[in-house]
Write a protein that binds this ligand. Structure first.
Ligand code: PA5
Length: 449
């Protein structure tokens, strides 16, 4: 397949016959997903989303992105969880590292800042200061349209827009991405007349990066969403085979499950590029929310290399042996750099002269795999040929397909997230939200008030 999934380093931990033995379960999971007969089937429209998405939809997202680029220097993207992580991952991966600090001529699109993914007043204050007198637009993204964090930030930025551009001017700079029928944001957008983008019903938050949730901000950053979707479409075709010997996404799902049964209950997603840090954040939500229920599931965590080898490295090498690792390795960096030559050898780096920085990075990657496997950490690797839109689209769908199969192998509904409601109930009760009177009494008692 276009991205290369390598499980050679897991041979010491998983025998070939174990994969043969899990094949019938994988076939069943495949059938449940294909026939929409499994748990959560109403939320499986993402399976054919790449091929179902029409060019006219993509063109509409691109037109809005162009409008934003023509009247704004900055786009503030307001959302949390599945309404934020996909865009953040893609914008970081597809643009230069310090994109928001570059001059306009050096950027492909607008600067993108995120808000509504915390309730920090300091963050909001600093972001407002950073925007300063630059022209800006807002993309508020919330499927339910009622999530507190983005709603709070939206109020702040709406007020700012209205002060700066007047009510009418502000309206033209607000883009709302939400449900097509219901929710506070849907109602507000309709009443105010914001340009609105619909999140399809059958696509849950963590599977929504290839809908306007991700595509509008990604396009506004100047990245090529046609190519992103082409990668996802090709990936949809590639990972369609129930045979795990021919389907890398299914082999990945099966190996994860076999490792979990052997006591490897945490998976560490690692990368060797700082621009891929949010790939892990997106993946953590995808995996954790899909599998972590009914008191089971692999705990998804991450590390950024080589940075974290100097912090978490000790634990990974010698700590409790319940970790396995999946490395997403970019095989060809967007740009490479020779190590500068120097007279003498005072810094002890003479032996590296003639090599590029990426050659050193890649040797470090190979060395770490060897060391971690020796230390008892099963290693899987996903190799990316390029750092571009097509490759990212391909990778997104690879992980989505894998987690769906993996969830069914765990006999859970991979497409719901009942557990994320618990904190909200407690928070609403403490804030005195109407409708939570009983809980307010109960929680206030627990807090001794
Ligand atoms: O996956 C999920 O359901 C959550 O992470 C949501 O994406 C997150 O809570 C944001 O929800 P909403 O888009 O409804 O504001």
């Amino acid at each position: 397949s276009y991205i290369n999934f390598n499980s050679d380093s897991v041979k010491n931990f998983v025998a070939d016959h174990e994969l043969d033995e899990i094949q019938p379960l994988v076939s069943l999971a495949h059938e449940q997903l294909e026939n929409r007969s499994g748990a959560g089937a109403d939320f499986t429209d993402w399976v054919t989303l790449p091929t179902d998405t029409k060019q006219a939809d993509l063109d509409r997202f691109k037109a809005a992105a162009q409008q934003i680029q023509s009247d704004s220097d900055v786009l503030v993207v307001i959302g949390i969880g599945g309404s934020y992580l996909g865009a953040k991952m893609a914008i970081d991966f597809l643009n230069p590292m310090f994109n928001n600090e570059l001059a306009k001529e050096q950027r492909k699109g607008v600067k993108v800042y995120f808000a509504g993914n915390s309730m920090s007043s300091a963050y909001l204050t600093d972001l407002i200061r950073t925007i300063g007198d630059q022209d800006f637009s807002v993309n508020i993204i919330s499927k339910s349209g009622t999530t507190t964090e983005p709603a709070v930030s939206f109020r702040v930025f709406k007020e700012l827009l209205e002060k700066k551009y007047g009510k009418e001017g502000a309206k033209k700079r607000i883009y709302a991405t939400t449900d097509g029928q219901r929710g506070a944001l849907h109602n507000e957008a309709e009443e105010a007349g914001y340009e609105t983008f619909v999140i399809p019903d059958g696509v849950g938050g963590r599977f929504s990066v290839l809908t306007p949730v991700g595509l509008l901000p990604i396009a506004a950053s100047g990245a090529d969403i046609d190519s992103l979707m082409q990668g996802a479409r090709d990936s949809e075709r590639e990972y369609d085979n129930e045979d795990l010997k021919k389907n890398d996404a299914y082999r990945y799902a099966a190996l994860r499950r076999i490792l979990y049964d052997k006591g490897y209950t945490s998976e560490l997603l690692t990368n060797w590029e700082p621009s891929m840090q949010y790939l892990s954040e997106w993946w953590k939500q995808l995996m954790g929310e899909s599998e972590g229920k009914n008191q089971k599931g692999i705990y998804p965590t991450s590390a950024n290399y080589s940075t974290d080898l100097h912090s978490l490295g000790q634990y990974i090498q010698e700590g409790r042996r319940d970790l396995f690792e999946t490395v997403v390795k970019l095989d060809n960096p967007i740009v490479d750099m020779p190590l500068p030559t120097e007279e003498g050898n005072n810094d002890g780096l003479h032996y590296l002269e003639g090599k590029t920085i990426d050659e050193v990075n890649t040797k470090a990657f190979q060395g770490v795999v060897l060391a971690h496997v020796d230390g008892g950490v099963p290693n899987l690797a996903v190799h990316l040929p390029k750092q571009d839109e097509y490759t990212l689209g391909y990778l997104i769908y690879f992980f989505e397909k894998a987690v769906a199969i993996s969830g069914y192998l765990f006999a859970v509904n991979p497409f719901n997230q009942p557990g994320v409601e618990a904190y909200k109930t407690a928070m609403f009760a403490l804030l005195g939200k109407p409708g939570y009177e009983e809980e307010t009494k109960e929680y206030s008692k627990s807090l001794g008030k």
